[in-house]
Ligand binder design. Structure first.
Ligand code: ATP
Length: 457
């Protein structure tokens, strides 16, 4: 019997077919944990990224942007604890030799109904073979800087963007003289040699993060923590995620990372298995600045004019995965329904993130007067609206009109504008067709610009 395709399989194939996301190095058989974003994937990702930068940097007066280098002095990673501790538990199956993250394997179900009692052993999830001993596997990609390959030239591809902000803390103080509380924000690539990359772009080895380090007075961390808890939630609304699929999971005290006094994981109902981590929000105390102060010998303290005292600020860290955001948006938007008695797939993107906002068509591709008028309208919309719509205006005269609608539905274009004989012969406006309902409306050409802007807002 043929295996039924899951929603995830369908989404992965749509992403490839329609130019959102491709397997990295695909023509050479791929490279596990790497993905290439295609034309529409880049547009979707940029929209998601820009909404983040707008909410957390442009719309605030207390946030400083930074774009730090990916390669950093190896001492950074010693001081931060990554050289010694950025590792996951690795186990290898004695029979099939596959490797797994030990904490991702469920305990066997025999004996005690899956409660994980002492007789209940973990076995290989692929072949049920016996697993070897657990060992810690450091997830940083190691490299050498310069022509000499010795211990002094070792560097790492950063596994998070956060440290690039801590090491620039003093630069921000010196350049801008901010008062607490204030934050630093960064978007950029990070690299983790994940033991088992999987679930499409959920767990990749090369990923993009959007992170904030928000510095506060030690006694005032709770207020800022609550503020960012609400802001993270608001951001999930900005990118259009269904709110009932977003959960807040308070990490229990005995499960907290050594540097954290409080952490909340924001989880999302991804289509594979149960809810999974989307974002994190952590109170990191003064751990990082203190560690870098001590290790570098550079004074990373702050002088509090009000209290007339000097201290190391404490830090709240909201941390967002960009690839996971894109995946959450893609999987949330994927809908199969029926329209006019025909099955279709459409992506119900919020207009703000949709890679194409408006597509313009001539009703028939072999009627020059229709094509000409359609091109004219397309060009004028591009001229007038490209900035407002982040360039998301497309022209399409391929195949018949029904096929074009299906195609635009599949990439989540909220509006299609069709130019027909009535448009050119009677100046009777254009047809605007809505993605979600398939309904159509006649709109005067002179009012089209306003109409589009109003609908998309
Ligand atoms: P996990 O427990 O899933 O391995 P984590 O707790 O190690 O994640 P953080 O170190 O808190 O993750 O990273 C911050 C954010 O970066 C995560 O919330 C997630 O959105 C994203 N992220 C982390 N690892 C990956 C990865 N391998 N692929 C894609 N995104 C990731």
């Amino acid at each position: 019997m043929e295996k039924k395709e899951t929603k995830m399989d369908l989404l992965v194939s749509l992403c490839k077919r329609r130019g959102f996301i491709y397997q990295g190095s695909e023509i050479y058989g791929g490279l596990a944990g790497t993905w290439d974003y295609g034309h529409l994937g880049v547009a979707l990702k940029n929209n998601i990224k820009n909404l983040w930068w707008k909410r957390f940097v442009l719309d605030r007066e207390d946030m400083y942007g930074i774009d730090a280098a990916i390669l950093m002095n190896q001492k950074v990673w010693k001081a931060s604890g990554h050289v010694g501790g950025f590792s996951d538990p690795l186990v290898e199956c004695k029979k099939c030799k596959r490797r797994f993250r030990a904490d991702h394997i469920e305990v066997g179900k025999d004996g005690d109904g899956g409660k994980g009692g002492k007789d209940c052993k973990k076995v290989c999830p692929e072949c049920s073979g016996e697993l070897g001993p657990e060992r810690q596997f450091n997830m940083m990609f190691k490299t050498h800087v310069g022509a000499m390959e010795d211990d002094t030239s070792v560097s790492y591809l950063r596994p998070e963007t956060a440290q690039g902000m801590f090491v620039n803390f003093k630069n921000i103080l010196d350049s801008f003289h901010p008062e607490l509380p204030f934050g630093m924000a960064q978007i950029g690539k990070a690299f983790r040699n994940e033991i088992a990359p999987r679930d499409f772009t959920f767990r990749c080895r090369e990923l993009e993060q959007m992170e904030i380090e928000y510095f506060v007075k030690p006694t005032e961390w709770e207020k800022s923590f609550e503020h960012f808890k609400e802001q993270v939630r608001e951001y999930t609304k900005d990118i259009g995620l269904t709110q009932s699929k977003v959960y807040e999971h308070e990490i229990l005290a005995d499960e907290l990372a050594h540097y954290s006094k409080r952490t909340i994981d924001f989880e999302f109902d991804f289509p594979f298995g149960e809810k999974k981590e989307l974002y994190g929000l952590a109170y990191r105390t003064d751990f990082d600045l203190k560690a870098h102060s001590t290790a570098s010998g550079s004074d990373l303290s702050y002088y509090d004019e009000e209290k007339k005292e000097r201290y190391i600020p404490h830090c709240i860290e909201p941390s967002f995965g960009l690839d996971r955001s894109v995946l959450a948006v893609l999987s949330d938007a994927y809908i199969e329904d029926e329209i006019g008695g025909e099955k279709r797939v459409y992506m119900k993107f919020a207009p703000k993130v949709a890679p194409i906002k408006v597509a313009v068509f001539p009703l028939l591709k072999n009627k020059p007067q229709l094509v000409e008028k359609a091109k004219e309208i397309y060009q004028s919309l591009r001229k007038e609206l490209s900035t407002e719509l982040a360039g998301g205006i497309a022209f399409d005269d391929n195949g018949n009109i029904g096929k074009r609608y299906r195609r635009q539905d599949e990439v989540g274009t909220p509006l299609c504008v069709t130019i027909d004989f009535e448009t050119v012969e009677k100046d009777a406006g254009v047809t605007v067709r809505f993605r979600d309902t398939g309904k159509q409306e006649r709109v005067e050409i002179a009012k089209l610009r306003e109409y589009i802007l109003k609908y998309l807002a």
